[in-house]
Design a protein around this ligand. Structure first.
Ligand SMILES: [Zn+2]
Length: 255
């Protein structure tokens, strides 16, 4: 695919990168990504993917924009309070880059719709805020053979991991890392424990970078590792994660 003169201008700073160049840009423009959650993580992730020219973004979120979201969910604005977040996200992303396609899906992820959704992406980004959605996406990505870039934030801390269990049979999945759903109330949420907006910005931006790496096959995949970031103490830790031989998702057919 030949880039137009305007595309050469728009993407010039990343065309200069030898890992991307014209070929990588063409792949980005032909690329499709699904983002689950247009909140604190999905906002920076979607902005950077749209800015980079990922050709088709599917944004899934069944919430409406509330005033308490705007402290970190920078896709949305005061003027769009009450709008569905998916639609608000599409408005913001089109304003930034009108040449990409943004599909707003204002629906809750369920057993019924998750496979059809995951099939629409080359890479899936999980920016959701609950275990039920993370488990659903993890299983669906495994069955569909799609890489999943997952992030979570709370307070001043965040976690990031890429799961290539659907692509590489030896790679761990989200369920290997978190085998059981914690009891209700056992894990604090942003709603109950708070979050500094910029921390979601760090993790969501990093998620976009990992998603682009997975799409283009550049650099070293984060798969098999978990990044733990503590912004209050200025610390980043990268730990290895292994496949759990008793994992009900990625080892179910093996045992
Ligand atoms: Zn697993």
């Amino acid at each position: 695919m030949e880039l137009t003169p305007l595309q050469v201008q728009r993407y010039s700073r990343q065309l200069l990168l030898k890992e991307i160049g014209g070929q990588g840009q063409a792949r980005l423009l032909a690329g499709r990504m699904v983002l689950v959650g247009a909140g604190g993580l999905g906002s920076p992730a979607a902005f950077y993917l749209a800015a980079a020219g990922v050709g088709r973004l599917v944004i899934v979120d069944d919430d409406q924009v509330e005033l308490s979201n705007l402290q970190r969910q920078i896709l949305h604005s005061q003027a769009r309070l009450g709008e569905p977040k998916a639609a608000s996200a599409a408005t913001a992303l089109h304003a930034l880059n009108p040449e990409i396609e943004v599909i707003a899906q204002s629906e809750r992820l369920s057993e019924e719709n998750v496979m059809a959704l995951v099939q629409q992406g080359d890479v899936i980004l999980d920016g959701s805020d609950n275990f039920a959605t993370r488990y659903l996406l993890n299983s669906a990505c495994f069955r569909a053979g799609k890489p999943l870039v997952s992030a979570a934030v709370l307070g001043f801390e965040g976690q990031l991991a890429t799961f290539r269990h659907g692509v590489d049979a030896t790679a761990p999945c989200y369920r290997c890392l978190y085998p059981e759903v914690p009891a209700a109330g056992a894990t604090p949420t942003c709603r109950s424990a708070g979050i500094l907006g910029g921390v979601a910005g760090i993790l969501g931006s990093w998620q976009a970078v990992e998603a682009i790496k997975e799409l283009l096959g550049i650099g070293e995949s984060l798969a098999g590792h978990l990044l733990l970031i503590n912004s209050l103490h200025g610390q980043i830790m990268r730990i290895r994660i292994e496949q759990n031989p008793r994992c009900p998702v990625c080892r179910a057919s093996a045992s």
